[in-house]
Design a protein around this ligand. Structure first.
Ligand code: SAM
Ligand code: ZN
Length: 270
């Protein structure tokens, strides 16, 4: 096992996967997971991998962090009430905000973080300096390729990325201290399964933090919601529905902070 390998778990038999040669393999059932360009590629549930929004995110990857995508869209959705940088708010909700940008903490008890639907790794990179280890998972190979490149550019040596679907994580139970899921719950085809997985991989008492969109402010307008739906299959939440989803998945101590159409949330895994 590579020292930096996270607790990848076999979904066929439950054993921990180990690295052998250029792949991950299960010592029990023989399942093998290829690793290409440093990124393990786990199987995704039928239909999820071919979805049109995966293709959309593959194409979006090169411009996602440039000034023409994330930031203006964030300002449009969040309005004047949204924090200048969503990542600072997310980091402080994760209790991971010392402001250190490049030096990785040497605290042996620094928390491990899973970033679900990490995209280009914006949030993963931001919190890495204060974390023991960060794993970013996403379905889009294009996004992950950018994520890997940007993390290498920034010298973030405690981040790894893997291709997985949020609703079927190849990770052992209780493996992480924190889970983040930012700007993604509204594009996932099976929100209940994704939340159940986030809960399963969090240690008891671990924190789940993220952002999603709600049908308020600019998304109160049906034509704007229609564009979001057509472009990426995005379905803004109703806050009460999201609260019910989180409770059903086993989360408690729910906190919500809405800024325009952007909803920041925090929960505790019981
Ligand atoms: C708007 S981006 C958010 C990226 C990142 N979390 C951020 O805050 O910048 C949404 C991400 O969700 C990913 N995604 C969509 N469906 C997914 C799935 N089933 N499993 C994992 N990731 C998924 C997309 O590939 C995309 O990278
Ligand atoms: Zn197995």
């Amino acid at each position: 096992m590579d020292a930096t390998d996270p607790a990848y778990g076999c979904r066929r038999c439950g054993q921990r996967l180990s690295r052998r040669g250029g792949e991950l393999s299960c010592p029990d059932c023989g399942e093998t997971i290829p690793i290409a360009d440093g990124i393990p590629r786990f199987p995704v549930p039928d239909g999820v991998g071919e979805s049109s929004h995966e293709t959309f995110f593959d194409r979006l990857a090169p411009i996602y962090e440039t000034p023409i995508w994330f930031r203006p869209l964030y300002r449009f959705l969040g309005g004047a009430a949204a924090p200048r940088d969503d990542r600072s708010m997310i980091a402080s909700m994760l209790d991971l905000e010392t402001g250190a940008e490049t030096t990785i903490t040497d605290d042996p008890d620094a928390p491990t973080v899973l970033d679900v639907a990490c995209g280009t790794g914006r949030v993963a990179r931001h919190v890495a300096a204060d974390a023991g280890f960060v794993l970013g998972v996403d379905i889009s190979a294009g996004m992950l390729e950018r994520a890997r490149r940007y993390a290498a550019r920034d010298g973030s040596s405690n981040i790894a990325f893997a291709r997985m679907s949020a609703d079927r994580l190849w990770l052992e139970a209780d493996a992480f201290d924190r889970v983040a899921c930012c700007w993604a719950l509204h594009v996932l085809p099976d929100v209940a399964a994704a939340l159940a997985e986030a809960h399963r991989v969090l240690r008891p008492g671990g924190r789940f933090v993220g952002t999603t969109i709600v049908a308020e402010y600019v998304l109160d307008a049906a034509p704007v919601r229609a564009v979001a739906r057509r472009a990426v299959g995005a379905e803004p939440f109703d806050v009460d529905d999201l609260r019910n989803h989180l409770r059903k998945a086993g989360f408690s101590s729910l906190e919500f902070d809405r800024r325009g159409a952007a909803l920041f949330f925090r929960a505790r895994a019981e």
